[in-house]
Design a protein around this ligand. Structure first.
Ligand code: XIL
Length: 350
């Protein structure tokens, strides 16, 4: 359709600019491009994606692209407290187990996400007294981490505990009921339940150098000194229109690695809605951001993984959380976007 418009515009003999056609130049299908995981593996890195179990197996393109391009998976929803223990004491591992089964059948690793997150806590947890909360908290961490022992290589143990607007911990059901040492307690409990897993602190808005990333740094430094944390995840939900300075992202990854921690980019997506212009500007801009951020990880030996928060624009949480957008590597028809090649370039050192 747009191609016809372009022909008509060219044939019109000037007088107006042809309609931009960036969206009408489809990239190659997911099955026609080199597996991203091979490029990542050449650098010894994991490239991961967040997935939903319901689409694995039922949607051929989704399943094919996930299996071809990634060597690590994370449950976008199904390993959180709410879906796993919606009813007190009743554990449902079915969704998470399907993801782990799929990953194992394709030689992929799995990163567990997330044992403690105020954003996915079932309603009943809010009604507990402090002593009841402590028991539920310890039971949940122990039961889930034991269930997935040897099947996940890592856990996001605590997610998003640092406050956005003031120094220190965010006020949540956990900080209010258990006190500020709940973060260390969660790590202690996870370590007991799964001594081999890499235990990770994960947060957003702490990608560059700022007050929040300083707080994350100080938190994980303290936990590391107590032998409780092994890694830190930088979520990287960013916009190509405004994102932390690359030099700051680089310096932040480096200072965390210098603590002896593994670092991973844990939930990357790059919004383009607010980039001025049309797709011809937005998509190359998005490609550049993906390339540069992944390259910042590849530059640090301890930055071992990049996980994308989905992989196709057909299914992204961004549409609900921030408004309609195209933040991922494949378009809605599972064709590789410029962003895909940006990530590939980063792993190939281009
Ligand atoms: C989001 C998922 O993408 C949604 O599907 C779900 O409804 C809510 O959670 N930070 C996190 C992720 O750590 O767990 C969130 O995932 C996105 C923000």
């Amino acid at each position: 359709m747009t191609g016809l418009l372009l022909l008509a515009a060219c044939g019109g003999g000037g007088g107006f600019e042809p309609t931009p056609v960036a969206t009408a130049i489809p990239g190659p299908l997911w099955s026609e491009v080199a597996p991203l995981r091979d490029a990542a593996a050449q650098t010894g890195r994991m490239i991961g994606a967040a997935v939903f179990s319901s689409r694995l197996g039922s949607d051929a393109a989704y399943t094919g692209a996930a299996g071809r391009h990634f060597n690590s998976l994370t449950a976008e929803w199904e390993m959180k407290w709410n879906p796993i223990q919606r009813i007190p004491g009743v554990y449902d591992f079915s969704g998470g187990d399907r993801i782990v089964d799929f990953a194992e059948s394709r030689g992929m690793r799995v990163k567990g996400h997330a044992l403690v997150w105020h954003g996915a806590t079932p309603e009943w947890v809010n009604a507990l007294s402090p002593p009841e909360l402590r028991i539920a908290f310890e039971d949940h961490i122990r039961t889930v981490a034991e269930h997935y022992r040897r099947r996940v290589y890592a856990w996001d143990v605590v997610n998003e505990a640092i406050d956005d607007s003031q120094p220190g911990l965010r006020s949540t059901v956990f900080s209010r009921g258990l006190g500020s040492d709940y973060v260390a307690e969660a790590f202690r409990q996870a370590r007991r339940a799964d001594p081999e897993a890499q235990l990770i602190y994960n947060d957003y808005g702490a990608e560059g150098l700022n007050r929040k990333s300083n707080d994350v740094y100080n938190l994980v430094k303290d936990l590391k000194e107590r032998g409780l944390v092994d890694g830190v995840g930088l979520q990287m939900h960013i916009s190509a229109a405004s994102f932390p300075a690359l030099a700051d992202i680089q310096a932040n990854i480096q200072r965390l690695a210098d603590l002896g921690l593994q670092v991973n980019i844990s939930e990357m997506d790059v919004r383009v809605k607010d980039v001025p212009g049309d797709a011809a500007t937005k998509l190359p801009g998005q490609r550049q951001v993906y390339r540069d951020v992944v390259a910042a990880c590849v530059a640090v030996p301890r930055c071992e993984a990049v996980t994308l928060w989905g992989f196709t624009d057909a299914h992204s949480w961004i549409d609900n959380a921030f408004g309609a957008d195209d933040p991922l590597l494949f378009d809605e028809q599972y064709r590789a976007k410029p962003a895909f090649f940006g990530v590939l370039d980063a792993y190939l050192g281009r």
